[in-house]
Design a protein around this ligand. Structure first.
Ligand code: ADQ
Length: 489
């Protein structure tokens, strides 16, 4: 986060997210090793040159002893990270419980896990209490490190109760909150027992941001219908105080992908993949193994395509790369077995002694291997049942300037709003439609592929992650100034 040109930073930015962008592994009583995990948010914020960013969050490990906590705090300080220590019980109730078992499925229109429905309803109060307690712990750490003039940017559904906690400490603190998932229709949100408390807390922020205009609109209507407040074109008004609500679509660091394609090791990888799949069209899926990503539905659509198009059977291969997440949750374990079962059945049905139609990997790929895969792909399948934005679709487009492959994209991903004109949009629940779109993509003329790709490539390279972060923070600064002017009138 150092500024290269020696000029002072314009402002300090405190980024608050559930997880820090590093993984910590304990090597001894007072020694830790840290590894930066380069996600979209990290590269977005690394690209923001005007701000001195500090990160506040949970390190993902339970550190019960004081010696360990002190040593980890010191090691993290070198990476400009500040830890929030959460114990196992809080993590269980707040993170696994309220965040991942209640808010995550609800915000993606999946409801609550069926067999757990009653148990979840019973444990709801204790999980919500833990959620509030955890958010308060984040607020305590922010408050300790806050200096006048700092911008505090809170991220995601884990921290909806944080804006209110922060404003209770200091009404002058500049607080922004951004949601990375969809915000559902108010009819879905109103089923949540803590619906009003969460909305009121988010409204304590000065600026509230979403990936798309639709999510912002859903949030405003939840505030008007559930809280009875007034929605305006700028946001939500409560007794003369305006909370700005707007869409800030995220992007990727497209240059990083484009530059990577030039590296010798990536070129070598591309060559190997081309040889490996010579004579076959490559279709690709890259997802976290999560219910929202629609992986079983995607594979069933591919099966239907093979069923109906026998001539394609030995000419196309689907590579599905799925990183396991939340592996201790039974629902996710069940999804893994379900995917394995479907893949095994289809490979048994359409495979030959020398080739199978689906290669499924249950793991993460390193950045260079991922770029090479994106570059050799003819058709990418992004068929999320719901997705806040979906960065995989952006990464694929960034790596396709030579090949000009086709993107099949779910209409329920936020990315459909930005890449819809270049992609083939599908309803991921409609397997017949997705199968037909696979045929359309594989048979598409070079001319049409080029037209569609150029549209998307322009978007992905112009609307980057850096631009997203800069726009949000400068809008937050402006919002606070405007509010001060309004109250001083
Ligand atoms: P995610 O649900 O994690 O993010 P996405 O936006 O697609 O979804 O980002 C996934 C990231 O993980 C991508 O950068 C991708 O390259 C990487 N990844 C996925 N599978 C991988 C694999 N097998 N190996 C290596 N890397 C892999 C949440 C929301 C999204 C929203 C983002 C950002 O759910 O809707 O777009 O936050 O706001």
């Amino acid at each position: 986060y150092e500024r290269q040109d020696g000029r002072p930073f314009r402002q300090r930015l405190l980024v608050v997210a559930n997880r820090l962008p590093v993984s910590a592994v304990r090597r001894g009583e007072d020694s830790w090793s840290l590894e930066i995990s380069a996600g979209g948010l990290v590269s977005a914020l690394l690209g923001v040159k005007e701000f001195e960013a500090r990160w506040i969050g949970w390190a993902g490990v339970n550190v019960p002893d004081e010696i360990g906590q002190k040593a980890l705090t010191k090691a993290l300080a070198e990476k400009r990270c500040i830890p929030v220590f959460l114990d196992e019980e809080i993590v269980h109730q707040y993170y696994n419980g309220y965040c991942n078992n209640i808010l995550w499925p609800l915000f993606h229109y999946l409801g609550l896990p069926q067999e757990d429905r009653l148990a979840t309803t019973r444990s709801f109060q204790s999980q919500f209490a833990a959620y509030k307690k955890a958010n308060q712990m984040f607020a305590d750490v922010v408050n300790t490190h806050y200096e006048e003039g700092d911008v505090v940017w809170c991220h995601d559904y884990h921290l909806m109760y944080l804006p209110e906690c922060l404003k209770k400490y200091n009404t002058k603190m500049k607080v922004g909150w951004f949601l990375h998932t969809p915000f559902p229709s108010s009819e879905i949100h109103r089923t949540l027992p803590s619906r009003s408390e969460l909305l009121r807390s988010v409204l304590a922020a000065d600026l509230v941001g979403f990936h798309t205009y639709d999510y912002a609109r859903h949030f405003v209507s939840a505030c008007t219908r559930i809280l009875g407040l007034e929605g305006t074109p700028d946001g939500v008004e409560d007794q003369g105080r305006l909370t700005r609500v707007a869409a800030f679509p995220i992007g990727i660091d497209s240059d990083r992908f484009i530059r990577a394609l030039e590296l010798p090791q990536v070129q070598e990888h591309i060559k190997e993949l081309k040889e490996r799949f010579a004579g076959r069209k490559v279709m690709l899926g890259v997802d976290r193994l999560d219910m929202i990503k629609g992986i079983p539905q995607k594979i069933l659509a591919f099966e239907k395509f093979l069923e109906e198009n026998s001539s394609w059977r030995d000419q196309v291969v689907l590579l599905q790369i799925a990183v396991p997440t939340r592996t201790d949750v039974p629902e996710y374990q069940k999804l893994t077995s379900q995917v394995h079962e479907i893949v095994g059945r289809i490979n048994g049905r359409f495979g030959t002694l020398t080739a199978v139609p689906i290669h499924h990997l249950d793991r993460s790929l390193d950045f260079h291997a991922l770029c090479a895969l994106y570059a050799v792909t003819d058709v990418a399948l992004v068929t999320s049942l719901r997705d806040g934005m979906n960065l995989v679709s952006y990464e694929f487009v960034a790596c396709q300037d030579a090949k000009k492959g086709v993107l099949i994209l779910s209409e329920f991903a936020g990315a459909a709003q930005s890449l819809g004109a270049g992609a083939i949009l599908v309803n991921p629940w409609n397997i017949t439609e997705v199968a037909a779109s696979i045929g359309q993509a594989l048979n598409m003329s070079a001319e049409e592929r080029e037209k569609r790709h150029c549209h998307n490539f322009r978007h992905v390279t112009m609307h980057t992650a850096q631009e997203w972060a800069e726009t949000f923070v400068s809008e937050l600064n402006d919002t606070v100034v405007e509010a001060q002017l309004r109250t001083s009138k």
